[in-house]
Design a protein around this ligand. Structure first.
Ligand code: OXD
Ligand code: MN
Length: 596
């Protein structure tokens, strides 16, 4: 193959010298064959898809039943986020905190530059201008991702507002996050995802997986944005945003933080069950929320993304009809199986039979020992494909948030729902979130770990400082949303789920809304307000009074252990831990000790 000795000509006519200079420097280091500035047009998308179909990076799925849908199979060693290879590089290690892997910025750059040296030889370098959030919103922030992966370009086109309008905003503002990515050799030994928050920059090498490679998502919209948000007075959170419309036509907006693969997408686009006539759910976002206080002190949310990169297995007409419908056309599938007639297939799809697995191998369900689709296989699809898409997802002013809901996957301990006593206590509730690990990250699945605010893999700075930042909102406004905690995953001794979940979760959201509106009472307990069992509508549900009792009460002994374990976890943040948070924890512990 002919390889260039000098970097190619940079075809840009950008008015921003800093941008041109950076792109030139990256080309000098990585030595691509060509440089392509992405316009974000549909034509560009189609051209890239054709190229990838020709070189086998993509495969067409059944064109009749899945029009404009494509399948990408990753390297089998590159199917999830790699938390152990993800670093935050700050001058002082304490600023990254015990919650992050850390490296001094100079070492991080040296390590990454060595990997990027000549990495794009023989490849095209794509320059992707993107905007996280509506392009005309003051709450949005822009970035440029440079990548050698056309798969990244087509995914970024769906997941962000990408192309000319974003570039125009970047040129106007002069400020942007710099993300440099190469798939490299896809060698797990030569894979790192590094963040340099003080420079608003990211370097990611050796992975093509969404969470590691679509730099607008976790790297920018959470790790870098959370750091930036702290200095600018807002919050970048791992939260879905939904609007619940009552039969009377009133819509309440709720933001929920659950760890990866714990049902955020399902909740965000749930279909109300027939037993809840007149209720509607509108989706604003399924993964990330940026929260700002407006001039009146109201917390408002935008979804910085414009698409969904969701977990496929488990999606069916019953669990998530909207998601099921929206991925029937114009979707990219990554690491699912295939049926004989070229349809994508995944576990619990409830229709079709797989004959090829996610590694492209023949598959026979009768003898197979492993799933046909990878448990972390994904769809990428425009948010506008979703039947419950809220047009307010494009509103520059975002939506007013009435409730913040934390949750995790807990077999035991956490009740179905409870409400924090106030904002400060709510910050403790968020800080104490724990959940069983899932396939969204490399590592053991099903191990309970603390995942404060569902941000353990994503907070770009010391959690202790992050909690102080959360607490500071209390001094800035008296209109903060109420804070709740939910757990859809409680099991009985035989491992059976106590609560039906999915669309029935609307019943719990209705309780939350009633509490926000001050319409119903609740029982004050040491851990917060628990529902009176009769205030959660269970009509037409096959659920016993005993089960509802188990779901809406707490066991004092186990909670004494839980709050002690939260206390120990908080202590691991040492002197930087905000005193107010420690006090909240001690108060709960004392009240539990006193309770009979
Ligand atoms: C995701 C994740 O992909 O949290 O959203 O891993
Ligand atoms: Mn996520």
């Amino acid at each position: 193959m002919h390889l260039r000795k000098t970097p190619p000509e940079n075809p840009t006519n950008t008015t921003l010298d800093a941008l041109k200079t950076w792109v030139d420097q990256v080309a000098e280091l990585t030595r691509p064959e060509d440089i392509h500035w992405c316009t974000g047009s549909d034509k560009e998308y189609r051209t890239l898809v054709s190229q990838m179909l020709a070189d086998g990076t993509l495969k067409t799925l059944n064109e009749t039943t899945y029009p404009n849908c494509y399948l990408h199979l990753s390297d089998p060693d590159d199917v999830a986020r790699v938390e152990h290879l993800t670093f935050v590089c700050t001058a002082d290690q304490q600023d990254a905190g015990p919650n992050n892997n850390w490296m001094p910025p100079a070492d991080g750059h040296a390590k990454m530059n060595a990997l990027f040296d000549g990495a794009m030889r023989g490849r095209t370098m794509y320059v992707i201008p993107y905007c996280m959030g509506p392009v005309d919103s003051p709450y949005s922030r822009c970035g440029i991702e440079i990548t050698d992966s056309p798969y990244v370009v087509i995914n970024m086109k769906i997941m962000t507002r990408m192309g000319e309008a974003a570039l125009a905003r970047i040129e106007r503002e002069g400020k942007f996050v710099r993300g440099l990515h190469s798939t490299g050799e896809l060698d797990p030994e030569r894979r790192f995802i590094m963040h340099f928050p003080d420079e608003l920059s990211i370097k990611s090498y050796g992975s093509g997986y969404g969470g590691n490679a679509l730099l607008g998502k976790k790297c920018h919209a959470l790790r870098i944005a959370s750091y930036q948000a702290r200095t600018e007075g807002w919050l970048a959170e791992h939260m879905l945003i939904l609007g619940v419309e009552s039969p009377e036509g009133e819509t309440t907006y709720i933001a929920c933080a659950f760890p990866s693969a714990c049902g955020k997408t399902n909740l965000a686009m749930m279909v109300p069950p027939a037993s809840q006539p007149g209720w509607k759910v509108w989706t604003l976002g399924d993964d990330i929320a940026w929260l700002h206080l407006d001039e009146d002190g109201q917390l408002r949310a935008i979804n910085p993304e414009s698409g969904y990169f969701g977990v496929v297995p488990g999606t069916n007409e019953k669990t998530n009809k909207n998601a099921y419908d929206m991925i029937q056309h114009d979707a990219i599938f990554t690491n699912v199986g295939q049926t004989a007639d070229g349809e994508p297939w995944w576990e619990q799809k409830k229709t079709g039979t797989p004959v090829i697995d996610w590694q492209g191998r023949d598959y026979d369900p009768a003898t197979a020992k492993a799933p046909a689709a990878h448990p972390n296989s994904r769809f990428t699809v425009s948010a506008k494909n979703n039947p419950s898409y809220s047009t307010l997802a494009d509103a520059p002013e975002g939506v007013p948030i009435s409730a913040i809901v934390f949750g995790g996957r807990r077999k035991e301990i956490a009740p179905l729902v409870y409400e924090a006593k106030d904002w400060k206590h709510g910050v403790l509730v968020g800080a104490g979130v724990a959940s069983e690990t899932t396939a969204a990250m490399v590592g053991n699945v099903g191990v309970v770990r603390r995942d404060p605010m569902a941000m353990k893999p994503f907070c770009g700075y010391n959690f202790a400082d992050y909690w102080s930042h959360w607490l500071s909102f209390d001094e800035r406004t008296d209109k903060l949303p109420k804070i709740f905690h939910v757990n859809w995953f409680r099991q009985d001794a035989d491992g059976k789920f106590l609560w039906p979940g999915f669309g029935e979760n609307l019943r719990v959201l209705r309780w939350i809304i009633d509490r926000c509106e001050g319409r119903i009472d609740a029982r004050r307990t040491p851990i917060g307000y628990l529902p009176n069992a009769e205030d959660i509508d269970t009509s037409e549900l096959d659920i016993s009074d005993e089960t509802m009792h188990a779901l809406t009460t707490i066991n004092r002994e186990t909670w004494l252990e839980e709050i002690a374990s939260i206390g120990e976890y908080l202590e691991s943040y040492g002197d930087r831990l905000p005193a107010d948070l420690k006090q909240e924890q001690q108060k709960v512990a004392e009240d539990l000790a006193k309770a009979s």
